[in-house]
Design a binder for this molecule. Structure first.
Ligand code: AMP
Ligand code: GLY
Length: 425
């Protein structure tokens, strides 16, 4: 197949590596990509935010499948334009992508589909926020309504800080004040063709910047898959996945279909396992980052086949995706100052040495260069790259991941040291 992947992050690199790992060879293109992706796909010069340009390119070059990685082009309606032209595209249209683009929309769909989630109050003024705080109590959870790259949410006991956060966003639109939910978090991905879903294996993300879940929220500092502790509570991973499929994914997909806005793509369910049951904290309309980096290396079913079946509406004919028994751990290497004020433009050394560790792959998030043959790559963003390690158990995979990341040099960089530590014990 000829596959065009849109995006430039570690998620897109992980998707491309999974496509390349299939027995059947593919021609893989990526726009805009990054320096790591350039080693695994042909970079093409197309504006991923311009649906007409993507369609024209796909049409002229005989692309069989377009895979939209990030949320921004989805929310901008790029998939609608490509799909309207009859080209198979994995990614929801603008309307269904509102599941991620608007927290208020997501709440409305969940309510209509009777999907379990935290209570939330929509507020359009500081006074309404204060009233909601009084009603729901501490800790306070405030979420900006639109896309905010992980920065729109605050969870705190500090009422003044929560109010200041709300005031910042309520000036330009509604915010949601949400009931605080406590429990383990799980990221579960569903492929959807608008009617049928197929679940992937669960993962857990580490959202805070610092060890011990301290510090500010980030896009994600590491992840692991599968989640062995699910079996203690649900009997097995399959039982958990079945429950979430039945109570969350299918009702949401059916609701969107009934509204005439089918969800064709990746439904990301962000869940909290509270003592009173599974609750949805958020939906995303695309693969999670960095969870994808640990889910896809374990996938044994050819990814291209699943993505195409979702895009063309034949997921019902596909068996449940199969995963290896190996475990996977990823650790994110971040630039100095991430997430507040990342320092970029610094050289990265030691990548070949890191990639030589058994079971380790390097997935690039924000890299460019080299400017000259044999030169160093340059870090161009906050989350720079992921070290991904597979192994027979978590102790094994962690040892490999931390051995590899220890070989990479980037001035001022930081990473968490406790990714998957608890499951490795
Ligand atoms: P979100 O952008 O909605 O995924 O929120 C970012 C993070 O904030 C989540 O991964 C949770 O750790 C936390 N969070 C969001 N909503 C809640 C909630 N209602 N209760 C507790 N923590 C939450
Ligand atoms: N890792 C969280 C996300 O992809 O939104």
């Amino acid at each position: 197949m000829k596959i065009l992947v849109l995006g430039s992050g570690a998620r897109e690199h992980a998707i491309i590596l999974a496509l390349r790992a299939e027995a059947e060879p593919h021609e893989i293109l990526c726009a805009p990509g990054n320096a790591g992706i350039a080693q695994d796909a042909a970079l093409v010069d197309v504006d991923m935010m311009d649906g007409a340009a993507v369609t024209r390119y796909a049409d002229e070059h005989g692309v069989d499948l377009v895979v939209v990685g990030p949320e921004a082009p989805l929310v901008a309606g790029v998939a609608d334009v490509v799909r309207a032209h009859g080209i198979p595209v994995f990614g929801p249209g603008r309307a269904a992508a509102q599941l991620e683009g608007s927290k208020a929309f997501a709440k409305r769909i969940m309510e209509a589909a009777s999907v379990p989630t935290g209570r939330a109050v929509r507020a359009t003024s500081v006074a309404e926020v204060e009233a909601a705080f009084d009603e729901l109590g501490a800790p306070y959870v405030v979420k900006a309504d639109g896309l905010a790259a992980g920065k729109g949410v605050i969870v705190t006991e500090d009422r003044a800080a929560a109010l200041a956060h709300a005031a910042q966003y309520v000036a330009s639109g509604p915010v949601l004040v949400e009931e605080f939910l406590s429990g383990e978090e799980v990221s579960l991905f569903f492929l959807s063709d608008g009617d049928t879903v197929r679940a992937l294996s669960p993962a857990q993300d580490f959202k805070r910047a610092l060890d011990g879940d301290e510090g500010p929220n980030t896009g994600g500092m590491g992840a692991y898959s599968p989640l062995p502790w699910l079996a203690e509570r649900f009997g097995s991973e399959e039982a958990f996945v079945d429950e979430v499929t039945r109570t969350v994914a299918l009702p949401v997909v059916k609701q969107l279909d009934a509204e005439g806005t089918p969800f064709i793509g990746l439904l990301y369910a962000g869940l909290i396992l509270t003592p009173r049951g599974v609750r949805v904290i958020e939906f995303n309309a695309r693969f999670g980052d960095p969870e994808t980096q640990v889910v896809l290396p374990r996938l044994r079913t050819p990814l291209s086949r699943l993505l195409l079946a979702a895009a063309v509406g034949t997921l019902e004919d596909e068996p449940q995706p199969v995963f290896s028994d190996e475990v996977a751990v990823t650790v994110v290497l971040a630039s100095e100052g991430y997430p507040e004020a990342p320092q970029t433009g610094r050289p990265i050394e030691g990548l070949a040495d890191a990639a030589a560790v058994e079971g380790v792959g390097i997935v690039h998030a924000a890299t460019a260069g080299p400017d000259a043959p044999g030169g160093s790559l340059i870090a161009t963003g906050g989350r720079v790259l992921n070290v991904v390690a597979t192994g027979s158990d978590f102790a094994d995979a962690r040892r490999r991941a931390y051995d590899a990341i220890g070989r990479i040099r980037l001035d001022g960089s930081h990473h968490r040291r406790d990714i998957a530590a608890r499951v490795a014990e």
